[in-house]
Design a protein around this ligand. Structure first.
Ligand SMILES: Cc1cc2nc3c(=O)[nH]c(=O)nc-3n(C[C@H](O)[C@H](O)[C@H](O)COP(=O)(O)OP(=O)(O)OC[C@H]3O[C@@H](n4cnc5c(N)ncnc54)[C@H](O)[C@@H]3O)c2cc1C
Length: 390
């Protein structure tokens, strides 16, 4: 059996960032990815917050994976009321982006096996036994395991971890031509329950998608395209599952750390997760390197530092879920009234006398006042989503 310090399952942003972090610290991890090419198939709207570029020192304007920078965002509510958002994002080529991370990890010394599925994991007193099938057909004994296997979390389930639930499904068309010059998020509690439709322009293309709990997603997306006047030919269709309720409570146990979608690290308002996946991967990598140093015997690892470090981030706060629950159970009447108050305004730029005018507008709309605490959750949750939404 091959013995390794840290093994990682999953070659998505969480696993790859964990590998980069560990390799940077001189600990060469081994990473397994079941697909033969990192980043494929794409299951993503491909919007990445500008904050991720700053956090991870990603090259801005690198044409290999950056397609277009957007600094305007419209949140469109029923009756066409539009709230302006300070969300700055880069449209990326998600396959190329993941491949960029993978190359970086390998250049630093991480060992990456593609076309290698981890089929079984078992804890032993001195580590975790990992069985692989594919390009690497072998057994490994890892002192620590970072599970970043995406939303399905099959392996996490076998170790009796709680897994992300419920899930919401996303479905997207890549359409020829640019149909907007900004990021658009269309909310409508009847047409897109618990979600929204997005329009993300790229160079000569647009990603138009829907995320909703409704089962007839394709039909609803087709109707949206018609209403929005988007007629370009469909170049590609993609879809996938997204954890809906945010981070899990328990993120580690006995030599195993969960990261990314496997740990539910998705913002429950916009359902984006790349930046959170990378952040949790980085924190897991840092924690793993500290845990290995702290080791006093082969059993007592201090994993708590992982969760403690992660819980310092705003995306871990319960208010995100409270905002999700409140926002996505409002009627269209409520959403339209909210849109009316902030129509054509940036909420976070309201200052001075404008604050009183806005409060007055809210007070004059009884529909908005049925749950004042909910309004507070909404405000706080959207402020966090602005930075951590995707
Ligand atoms: C339709 C859709 C649109 C989205 N749009 C956006 C967006 O615009 N912006 C954004 O920020 N987020 C978006 N997301 C969410 C984002 O894609 C995820 O949050 C992100 O990919 C999570 O990264 P991860 O590394 O945790 O998991 P993943 O990217 O899912 O990576 C997990 C990897 O593990 C591998 N794996 C699984 N099991 C095994 C195994 N047993 N052995 C070996 N390998 C295994 C998988 O093949 C996969 O490559 C979207 C999601 C969907 C479904």
């Amino acid at each position: 059996m091959n013995e390794v310090g840290v093994a990682i399952v999953g070659g998505g942003p969480a696993g790859l960032q964990a590998a980069i972090t560990l390799a940077n610290k001189g600990i060469k991890p081994i990473l397994f990815e079941e697909h033969s090419t990192i980043g494929e198939p794409i299951q993503c709207g491909e919007g990445l917050s500008i904050h991720a570029f700053n956090d991870f020192n990603l090259p801005k304007g690198d044409k290999s994976f950056s397609v277009k920078e957007l600094d305007t965002c419209h949140l469109i509510f029923p009756e066409n009321k539009t709230i302006l958002g300070d969300i700055r994002a880069t449209m990326i080529r998600r396959d190329k982006f993941d491949q960029y991370l993978s190359k970086k990890a390998m250049d630093l010394g991480a060992e990456i096996f593609t076309a290698t599925k981890v089929t079984d994991i078992k804890r032993k007193t001195d580590g975790v036994v990992i069985k692989t099938k594919g390009e690497s057909n072998s057994e490994y004994l890892a002192k620590l395991l970072i599970l970043a296997e995406g939303p399905n979390a099959q392996l996490a389930k076998t170790l009796n971890f709680q897994t992300p639930s419920p899930m919401i499904k996303g479905f997207e068309y890549k359409v020829k031509e640019e149909w907007s010059d900004k990021l658009e998020f269309h909310f409508d509690s009847k047409k897109f329950p618990f979600g929204y439709c997005w329009v993300f322009p790229r160079e000569g293309e647009t990603n138009v998608g829907i995320v909703t709990t409704a089962k007839d997603r394709k039909q609803r997306l087709d109707n949206f395209l018609k209403k929005r006047g988007i007629t370009g030919s469909v170049l590609k269709k993609i879809g996938g599952q997204i954890p809906m309720h945010g981070p899990l409570k328990k993120l580690y146990h006995n030599r195993v750390l969960l990261a990314g979608d496997t740990a539910g690290m998705v913002n429950p308002i916009f359902y984006g997760g790349i930046r959170m996946a990378m952040t949790s991967g980085r924190v897991a990598g840092n924690a793993a390197s500290e845990i290995l140093k702290m080791e006093t015997d082969q059993v007592n690892f201090n994993h708590r530092i992982y969760e403690e470090k992660l819980r310092q981030f705003k995306f871990m706060k319960r208010i995100n879920f409270q905002c999700h629950r409140f926002f996505y159970s409002r009627s269209n009447k409520f959403l339209a009234k909210l849109g009316e108050v902030f129509d054509n305004k940036y909420i976070n730029r309201i200052e001075g006398a404008e604050i009183y005018k806005t409060l007055r507008k809210i007070l004059l709309r009884p529909t908005l006042l049925t749950n004042p605490i909910g309004l507070y959750w909404l405000y706080r949750g959207f402020l966090i989503a602005r930075d951590w939404g995707f």
